[in-house]
Design a protein around this ligand. Structure first.
Ligand code: PLP
Length: 424
């Protein structure tokens, strides 16, 4: 980064500080990851200089002979990796991708049925503060009051009652496998379109550790930067029958020029995710999450649904006498990044909820395994006991940094997941 260092020392220093922070902390936010250096190089490329409104072969500006091939590569790799008939790689992120689906399939005021936000759904599944809950008529399903799992009979009843135009299957804080086939059957029965939003689990799907929604969905949306380990962006996959409507909704419906530098980074990430190593990576994410969940249960934490099938764990902090905010703050001071989160039927308010959401995609990218998951559970338990004791939390932070030094993130190093790579 010598040009940046010379041109803008202040910004250069900030980037170095962030790099260091990402190196020295245990990053447990389940929607974050470390991309490879190859992804970062493609994303930080000359493609940021180019306008390319339209789609490959149908552009409005000249000079597209290279860009068309870049976007074409990303499209072909996405279709092959997910087994989809059509791919649109232009959405700027997951939220605009979801809006594009509604624009393609609905008229304003049509009903969207999605998982309630406090039960693990996403803002863009029709929550009121999102335009998706204002331009369309939002209806909600919830998890089962006892098991806190999706209740497909209840979802079917709700769908029969409200007759939605689109049913959204997918979540941002749900620790269990989603039965996309069951959603597909419900959607067909009520004559709704099915949108499967796999923003969190796309990497698990292509890694073969979560069933794919592609055979069951009209449209699949995802972010590209969570378990998929690409640059920040969005991706839509759909049946050929919806291809025209989806493409039109993204451009010119919602967006202007696509971010071809991001699309190039996505092409690299999709090629990485097609490697055999990526299956090991996805398996290791889930194995690590199960090991971490087990170790937390042994230390007396209550977990929503009692454990996990995927990359994500929802801790009920109140089971250890803390609020979600108190626990996530104590963890942050000890060098463990997470986020506070509501839990299903949370009696507390969203800005001070009962839960803390953690996940294993980032620590797995660093090559951490079962022994480190037990160490992390210990760090979390000790952080909780040391709430309000800055010196004790600082002592934990030094131990955390020492463990992190043995597990290099892939940034600036190898591209792909290598178990136990860290130790050098
Ligand atoms: C993260 C996420 C999104 C939104 O992605 P952004 O890139 O933050 O806009 C949409 N849906 C789900 C389920 C998500 O987890």
């Amino acid at each position: 980064m010598s040009a940046l260092r010379d041109t803008d020392p202040a910004l250069y220093a900030l980037l170095r500080a962030e790099e260091r922070r990402q190196f020295e902390q245990i990053r447990l936010i389940p929607s974050e990851n470390y991309t490879s250096s190859a992804v970062i190089e493609a994303t930080a490329s000359v493609l940021t200089n180019k306008y390319s409104e339209g789609y490959p072969g149908k552009r409005y500006y000249e000079g597209q002979e290279v860009v068309d091939q870049v976007e074409g590569l990303a499209i072909e790799r996405a279709k092959a990796l997910f087994g989809a008939e059509h791919a649109n790689v232009q959405p700027y992120s997951g939220s605009p991708a979801n809006l594009a689906v509604y624009v393609a399939l609905c008229k304003p005021g049509d009903t969207i049925l999605g998982l309630s936000l406090p039960h693990g759904g996403h803002l863009t599944h029709g929550w009121g503060v999102s335009v998706t809950g204002q331009f369309y008529k939002p209806e909600r399903y919830e998890v089962h009051p006892d098991t806190h799992r999706l209740d497909y009979d209840a979802i079917r009843r709700k769908a029969l009652e409200v007759r939605p135009r689109v049913i959204v299957a997918g979540a941002t804080a749900y620790p269990r496998t989603i039965d996309f086939e069951a959603f597909g059957a419900i959607a067909r029965e009520v004559g709704a379109y099915l949108l499967c939003d796999i923003a969190h689990i796309a990497g698990l799907v292509v890694g073969g550790v979560h069933p794919s929604p592609v055979p069951h969905a009209d449209v699949v949306s995802t972010t590209t930067h969570k378990t998929l380990r690409g640059p920040r962006g969005g991706l839509l996959l759909c049946r050929e029958a919806h291809a025209k409507a989806i493409d039109k909704a993204v451009f010119p419906g919602l967006q202007g020029g696509p971010h071809e530098h991001t699309i190039a980074g996505l092409a690299v990430a999709l090629a990485e995710a097609a490697q055999p190593d990526f299956k090991l990576y996805a398996r290791a994410i889930v194995d690590n999450a199960k090991a971490l969940a087990e170790a937390l249960l042994e230390r007396g934490f209550r977990l929503v649904t009692g454990g996990t099938d995927n990359h994500l764990i929802l801790i009920d902090a109140t089971s250890k006498g803390a609020t979600g905010k108190e626990l996530s703050r104590a963890m942050a001071l000890a060098g463990l990044e997470a986020n506070m989160n509501t839990i299903p039927f949370d009696p507390r308010k969203p800005f001070d909820p009962s839960g803390v959401r953690i996940g294993t995609p980032s620590v797995t990218s660093r090559g951490m395994g079962a022994p480190e998951m037990i160490a992390i559970a210990d760090f979390i338990a000790r952080s909780n006991e040391s709430r309000g004791d800055p010196q004790a939390l600082e002592r934990i932070r030094l131990e955390v940094a020492a463990m992190c030094r043995a597990f290099r993130p892939p940034v600036g190093a190898a591209a792909l997941y290598i178990p136990g790579r860290g130790a050098e």
